[in-house]
Structures are given as C-alpha cells and as structure tokens.
Design a protein around this ligand. Structure first.
Ligand code: FAD
Length: 431
C-alpha cells in the first residue's frame, strides 16, 4: 500500500494513529496543508489565527518535520486548499489512499468531504483513522445521540464502563518517501502572519518535544501534579495548572499519553485527589468534544442547544471592544483580558470570570466573546471553546441554567493580595 498521510491536529510521532496505520506501507507522504481560509477575518474583523497562534503552529510543524526527517521521512508543508492540493499530490506520487483523522464540526467536515470527493473521483480512497479524545468512540457506553447532557452522568458512565486505549508506540522506522519526491525545507509563514504587536510575548513554543518536556516537568520532575487540585484555580505564573492545552490543541501530545503518564506517576508516587483531578479535567474535554458532535451547529448559535435560560445578549458595541482591551470598570476582568491579548493564554478561572462578565454584566451576545477567544487563544479548540461559552451563557450543558460569577468576590477569593491584577493591569495594549 502507498499512502498520503494528511496531518491536521495530530502534529506528533507518539501515539499517532495515522503513522501507526501506515507503518507497513511501501511508501508514504506526510503532508500538512496551510489552508488560507483559516486566516480569514471572522465576523469581528479579526483574523481567526492570531500571530501568536501562527507562531506556535510554525514551531510545531518545524518540529514534526525535523523529527520525521531524522527517521528518513519528511513533512511536506504546502499552502492551498486541501481539496485541491491533496488529490494533486496523491496523483503525482501515485499514492493509492489517504489516511486522516476526521474532524466532526461543520467547517472541518465540509473541507474533508470536498477532499474525499475529489480523491474518489480519481480513484483514491480516503480512510479515517483515530480520534482526538481520551475515550475511544467505539467504547462509549451510549451512541453519540444519546450522550447525557449532564457531565456527571457522562463521567460516571465512562469511568464505570471504559478504559482509555493504550498509547500507540512511535514507529521505529518509517516507510520510504515516494520515488522522485525530494524533501524541501519550509521557510515558515510570511512575516505579516507572525508579526507580533508591541505588547505581545511568546510564552509557549509549539512542538512535540516541548509538549513532552512540559509533561515531564509537571509530573515526575516537579511533582506539581500531586497538588494540582489545590492549585488549579491559580492565576499567576505557569505552575498552578498543567498548561498543556496549547500542545493538546495542536496534537503535540495526546490526551491518552497524558492519561498513561498520570497512571505511571500514580504507580510511582501514589495516587491522590489531585492526580485524579487532572483525569477528571481530561474527561471534561471529552465531554465537550462529544457534546459538539451530538448537537452539531447548535453549539455556535446564540440560543445554543439547551433552552432553559433564554435571555439573548445584545450585539457587541463599544463596551465589547473595551472588554477585549481590558478597559472595563472591573480591574480583575481587565487583568485577565490583558493577559489573553499579551500571551494568547488565560487560566480557567479567568476564562469563567471574563465570560460571565461579558454575558451577565454587560449583557452582550456570548457568541461574540467566543469568536474573540477563537481568534486569540493559542489553545483554541472548537469543542472546548464553544461548549464552555454556551455553558456559561446558560444555553449549553449547565443544568443550573444560569451561572453568573460575582467577579469582585472572585477577585477577593482568588487574587486576595491583588498581585495578579496589579501585574497585568500595568500592561497596556494597543487600540
Ligand atoms: P489544566 O487545568 O491543567 O487541565 C488539563 C487539561 O484538561 C486542559 O489542558 C484541557 O485539555 C482540559 N480541560 C481543563 N478544563 C477544561 C474545561 N473546562 N473544558 C474542556 N477541557 C478542559 N480549553 C481549551 O483547551 N481550548 C479552548 O478553546 C478553551 N476555551 C475555553 C473557553 C471558556 C469560556 C472557558 C471557561 C474554558 C475554556 N477552555 C478551553 C477550558 C480551560 O479553561 C482550559 O483547557 C484550561 O484553562 C487550560 O489550561 P491547562 O492546560 O493548564 O488546564
């Protein structure tokens, strides 16, 4: 068999179902397509891929390209529409099938369907392989359409009835590249896509090597994992939580690798509430992934998929832009929004507070906030972002229907000394 391997958010060698699937092929060509549509402006007039996020992606792709070249293979990085580029490459290099991991939201599906149609047209088959979740689709105790809408029900059922699949090993050797294919270096993105603004700083570097470093640091090296449950609501610095989300979003590390690392850690240093709690959070990620599949495009709609609380927000106006720049009357909200604009990251506690403030204090349509997060977060994940926003807006999975945070009280509780708020409100971001 000869295969084209379409890499999307599986930018790693370890636990990669695509590379595992093709390990015995006679030749393969791994390809990443830079689809210009991903850099188009969203409805707020902002590029959906910020410069910080684009830099992370560039580092991640360079790292994978290097790792593949060390194994005698390559990552062919090319700009264009996947539905045009992939069939052309498969035909040129006489590859008989394409393997890819299916995305399930409408935008991903629409591109995939066009790719598959064009491949089939020239007699090449497309094979979907693997998934991005911890729990395998095939072991879910219910069909997706019967997924519980309440997290606790989902968690109890998967904890009782499933075990995450074992990690797939890194293949020790890779099939040849197609005859006549000559690997070329990739110059990276054009300057305009990665140009940072004065206030921005790079905290995260993409790539599997960095992801593994962080995972080792957070677990065996520092043993911070053993106190995660007590520290996870922190705000300042990077040790209060795993900070693995940017790497997870690009597939530099899989949820399963993290899970089995936690299990190995527990065997060596002992299990406690904290070691369990990181797995608990990985299950939230799965829950939102499956929820997005169950409810389809409803997760993007202001009225969401749960109509218990039905007060729709107003259109974004001047106060929305003040919120994005950290210029509201609430210093705690401002600090978090400035951190996001400067770094592309914000803690979970911060995200809950700024989202609640936009929805319930300013009364603005939550989908504008979610679109802003999409453009800024380095760890943007379609399922986690939109379902968390819908949850806080009372139109998603929250059985309480309305979850308003008192942001002043939250600041007193989680930033009692005011250190976090002072630190970020000193920064100014451009208009
Ligand atoms: P940790 O606390 O160390 O948790 C470990 C991992 O568990 C995370 O990396 C993440 O993969 C998962 N996780 C933790 N909390 C959640 C959660 N509430 N929902 C889903 N997964 C979770 N997370 C994203 O990865 N991408 C997003 O686009 C995103 N948007 C969000 C928007 C809002 C409004 C809110 C409230 C939360 C959002 N989250 C998102 C979830 C969460 O805030 C981040 O995953 C977390 O802050 C990342 O930091 P960490 O890796 O240190 O997390």
């Amino acid at each position: 068999m000869t295969s084209l391997v379409w890499i999307q958010n599986e930018q790693r060698l370890s636990d990669n179902p695509l590379f595992w699937k093709v390990r015995n092929d006679s030749c393969i060509l791994p390809v990443y397509v830079i689809d210009p549509r991903k850099w188009e402006n969203n409805r707020l007039g902002l590029s959906r891929m910020s410069a910080l996020k684009t830099r992370f992606l560039a580092d991640s792709l360079q790292n994978l390209k290097l790792k593949l070249s060390q194994l005698g293979s390559d990552l062919h990085i090319v700009e264009g529409f996947p539905e045009e580029v992939l069939p052309a490459l498969a035909e040129t290099h006489q590859l008989r099938r394409m393997v890819y991991t299916a995305g399930h939201c409408s935008e991903e599906r629409s591109v995939q369907n066009k790719v598959i149609q064009n491949l089939n047209h020239i007699g090449i088959e497309a094979v979907a392989e693997g998934e991005h979740t911890l729990i395998a689709d095939r072991s879910l105790p219910f069909p997706i359409k019967a997924l519980p809408d309440i997290f606790t029900k989902f968690r109890h059922s998967v904890e009782r009835e499933t075990t995450p699949p074992a990690e797939l090993p890194v293949p020790t050797s890779f099939p040849n590249l197609p005859k006549g294919y000559a690997p070329q270096s990739w110059p990276g993105f054009e300057a305009s896509k990665i140009q940072l603004e004065e206030h921005q700083q790079v905290l995260f570097k993409g790539g599997e090597d960095r992801a593994m470093e962080r995972l080792r640091y957070y677990t065996t090296e520092s043993r911070l994992l053993s106190t995660y449950k007590e520290t996870r609501n922190g705000l300042l610095g990077s040790d209060f939580s795993s900070h693995l989300s940017p790497w997870m979003a690009h597939g530099n590390v899989s949820a399963r690798t993290i899970y089995w690392q936690i299990k190995a850690y527990e065997a060596q240093y002992g299990a406690n509430d904290s070691t369990y709690w990181l797995i608990f959070e990985l299950l939230w990620r799965d829950f939102f992934h499956f929820t997005a599949r169950k409810h389809g495009d409803d997760i993007f709609k202001p009225e969401g998929f749960n109509q218990t609380y039905r007060k729709l927000g107003r259109k974004p106006q001047r106060d929305f832009w003040q919120w994005t720049r950290g210029e509201t009357v609430d210093p705690f909200v401002n600090a978090n929004m400035i951190e996001l604009a400067c770094t592309g990251f914000m803690s979970n506690r911060g995200r809950q507070n700024v989202a609640s403030y936009l929805i319930h204090d300013l009364g603005i349509d939550w989908t504008a906030g979610a679109a802003y997060f999409e453009s800024q977060l380095i760890d943007y994940d379609v399922h986690s972002n939109w379902c968390n926003w819908a949850y806080l807006a009372g139109v998603g999975n929250d059985p309480r229907g309305l979850r308003k945070f008192d942001t002043r009280r939250q600041a007193q509780q989680y930033d009692a000394s005011g250190e976090y708020t002072r630190y970020w409100t000193q920064h100014r971001i451009g208009a």
